[in-house]
Design a protein around this ligand. Sequence first.
Ligand SMILES: C[S@@+](CC[C@H](N)C(=O)[O-])C[C@H]1O[C@@H](n2cnc3c(N)ncnc32)[C@H](O)[C@@H]1O
Length: 224
Amino acid sequence: MAGYVAEFGKNGRPVEADGRLDAAAFHRNHQPIWAVLKDYLAGQSGDVLEAGSGTGQHVVYFAGQAPDITWWPSDLHAAHLRSIEAWRADAGLANIQPPQPIDLSDPAWSPAPSAAKGPDKLLAIFCANVIHIAPWRVAEGLFAGAARHLRTGGKLFLYGPFKRGGKHTALSNAVFDTSLRERDAEWGVRDIVDLEKLAESVGLKLAGSFDMPANNMILVFARD
Ligand SMILES: C[S@@+](CC[C@H](N)C(=O)[O-])C[C@H]1O[C@@H](n2cnc3c(N)ncnc32)[C@H](O)[C@@H]1O
């Protein structure tokens, strides 16, 4: 299991008694992210999985914007699963499922492995700020699972900082990359070229990319 636990609550609001954590970045990025996702998801129905949900704030916001979609948050850390469940209870939205314990480094991960009924073939998977703060095998597991669980035409949305052809898109990303690698040699800002190769190896292809605030991007991979 990856040893990473985000220090949510340090820069955002304090931890609530019910376990709700707050990510400061959520307040800056959730609206720009939805501005991209909505062109793919608004008005659609089906199941969308969030991988590495962290606090659970994104899934609650997206579920409020797209009520005909059933949202499936997930993470591997107990404190994050607790936070997601607390945000879910606080929101009281019928279209958010209980959080799934999913470790993306398990190449055979599956949503709702023990539930009576899991999601149908997924309309989309959303994954924000995970694959650079984890070993490369987490990206491999994410794409392998996307190939297994997305419906034909389904999308994998990746949000975060990325390199292009070995080059950082901003100095701040280069500095961030160095700090990640100092914390763990297996972490680091991923290259779009490597992600395209990984996608192609499992039958996905890069179908879109969007520049986002603070030198982040959204990459959209589609399952043929
Ligand atoms: C920086 S946080 C991002 C959380 C959230 N997506 C966001 O943008 O606020 C990274 C998240 O990835 C999760 N994570 C790390 N390794 C993972 C793995 N192998 N499988 C699933 N989740 C993982 C962590 O528990 C954490 O919640």
